[in-house]
Design a protein around this ligand. Structure first.
Ligand SMILES: [Zn+2]
Length: 368
């Protein structure tokens, strides 16, 4: 039912608009223009100001004859680097670049698919559900667009995020949360040759704490890694400070918090024993989520895949996405496959057929 040529043209135009993270303004303005041309009232926010971006989240509401709780159809407009001057090429039904840039199928495939579904609904006056269209900024590098979003413009409590590699029909129903532990061990400086016993070596204290830590693979759904351990002094000085940064990921919120506390406690115990001081901050980057497979939202997507003859799969995700952050705001969100491959590389591709299937899925979901 979709217009395949119009969809491909739209996709090619969208990827041609530079929108690396923090530079989404031009893409946002284009989406406002396209949505307004379809008769939408468009809302934006000041999310970009929160993380040094010139962009804004773009929101539009489609009131449908089928009614119901609004479903948020979401995709992000920012891209990773190198994402400027993208020239998409179609070869044998596969969209790619000349290898000097990414393709930005992540996530403009999702945006183009949602836009095509809306165009078909408007053009053919097809009855649809109450739907929210949400195009976010700053997803790459920490989901800063949805973290800084004005949630006052959002009505619904359910979101479909079109932002996963893998076949159309694939659902990511859970994702890990992430906490960063940013700490400084503060010991006491002393001359290492003349009076080392009057000092407290921050490096040594940190090392003692680390030696007690459970790290790397904690269990099936939990991981933990130290990324930074930093102190840089001359060898004749007992080091006063040692910086430490680690991350914990888990799909289980209790385990996430417990592992982060364990890391801090190990450092604290080592500091207490040595008379050092610990400054530690636990930063929740995003929370974990887990939407059960029998949930109505997942069943809806599966029913759409059945109608379209797509293969259904429900999988666990390993990274963060806008879905993780929306959960913090009481929005149930799952992530859908769009067919993109080798994302975040200059070898990224997207099959035209998958782009079409993604738009058909978005259309089906909005009209059933
Ligand atoms: Zn993405």
């Amino acid at each position: 039912m979709i217009n395949e040529k119009r969809l491909l043209d739209t996709f090619m135009e969208y990827v041609g608009i530079d929108s690396e993270t923090k530079n989404e303004k031009a893409m946002g303005e284009r989406l406002i223009k396209d949505l307004k041309a379809l008769g939408f009232e468009v809302q934006t926010d000041k999310a970009g100001e929160g993380f040094g971006s010139n962009g804004f989240n773009v929101h539009a509401y489609l009131e449908g004859e089928l009614g119901g709780e609004p479903t948020i159809m979401c995709a992000h407009m920012d891209t990773v680097k190198p994402g400027n001057g993208i020239k998409p090429i179609v070869t044998d039904g596969v969209i790619h670049t000349d290898g000097s840039t990414i393709l930005a199928g992540d996530d403009k495939g999702g945006i183009a698919a949602i836009m095509e579904a809306v165009r078909v609904i408007k053009e053919k006056k097809i009855p649809c559900r109450n739907t929210e269209i949400l195009f976010t900024i700053g997803e790459e590098g920490g989901m800063n667009g949805v973290k800084n979003m004005d949630y006052g413009m959002i009505k619904g409590k359910e979101a479909l995020v079109f932002d996963s590699s893998g076949d159309v029909g694939k659902i990511i129903n859970c994702g890990p949360g992430q906490i960063k532990i940013v700490a400084t061990v503060i010991g006491r400086s002393a001359h290492a040759g003349l009076a080392p016993e009057t000092g407290i070596s921050a490096i040594q204290v940190a090392a003692k704490g680390i030696a007690k830590m459970n790290l790397l693979r904690i269990d099936e759904e939990t991981t933990c890694n130290i990324g930074t351990l930093k102190a840089d002094y001359a060898t004749n000085i007992v080091p006063e400070k040692c910086e430490f940064i680690a991350e914990v990921r888990s799909r289980n919120l209790d385990k996430l918090n417990a592992q982060a506390a364990h890391i801090r406690d190990c450092l604290q115990a080592a500091c207490d024993e040595a008379g050092a001081t610990l400054e530690a901050e636990l930063r929740t980057n995003y929370v974990s989520y887990n939407v059960p497979e029998d949930d109505e939202l997942i069943q809806r997507v599966n029913a759409a895949s059945d109608r379209l003859g797509y293969k259904k799969t429900v999988m666990k995700g390993g990274g963060g996405s806008d879905a993780n952050v929306m959960q913090l705001h009481g929005i149930k969100a799952i992530v859908l496959g769009t067919g993109m491959t080798k994302v975040h590389t200059t070898a990224e591709t997207l099959k035209v057929e998958d782009l079409n299937r993604c738009a058909e899925l978005a259309l089906d979901l909005m009209t059933h």
